[in-house]
Design a protein around this ligand. Structure first.
Ligand SMILES: [Zn+2]
Length: 169
């Protein structure tokens, strides 16, 4: 663990994509956020329902639809992005992973809760995204996505030591 990976070219821009809301409050706007010479592109469920509607889960179909819409928007800014961070939850993960497979694995980090984790891992491998980064998170990914987003803007890292430690548990 003493050998730190060196990134010759520091990441300048990354997208954070989730069909949930990033963070617990609805303050974070979709689109570009700039700080410290870095740019983060946020795409989330702008309805701010965190995967729930009227206290009920919105369902896999609705989530997949949401993921599809988000990726449609992402495609427009893809040429400007160095990296994409994607939340992979219980429902809609097939679609998210299939869409992520359109990118080179080196440009993708999956943020996943441990629900059906082996299934998600299988999908990732089947999609040829073995080399993609992985971060384990809580269900919904609200907190971890917010942490990764803020950490990227502040220090320019996508895989902070804390997240890797969580993953190893
Ligand atoms: Zn979960």
């Amino acid at each position: 663990m003493m050998e730190q990976t060196t990134t010759p070219t520091p990441l300048k821009s990354a997208a954070f994509v989730t069909y949930n809301q990033i963070g617990r409050d609805a303050n974070l706007q979709d689109g570009w956020h700039e700080r410290n010479g870095r740019r983060a592109f946020v795409l989330q469920n702008t309805k701010g329902e965190g995967g729930y509607r009227n206290g009920r889960p919105i369902g896999t179909e609705r989530r997949q639809e949401e993921v599809g819409l988000l990726w449609g928007k992402l495609r427009d800014v893809l040429p400007e992005l160095d990296h994409v961070v994607v939340y992979v939850g219980t429902g809609g993960s097939e679609r998210a992973i299939a869409l992520a497979a359109q990118l080179p694995a080196s440009k993708v980090t999956f943020v996943a809760c441990d629900c059906n984790l082996s299934h998600k891992e299988m999908l990732i491998q089947q999609s040829g995204l073995n080399e993609a980064g992985r971060v384990l998170c809580e269900c919904g990914g609200h907190g971890m996505m917010e942490f990764l987003f803020r950490n990227f803007l502040e220090v320019g890292e996508l895989m902070p030591a804390m997240a890797v430690a969580v993953m190893a548990q």
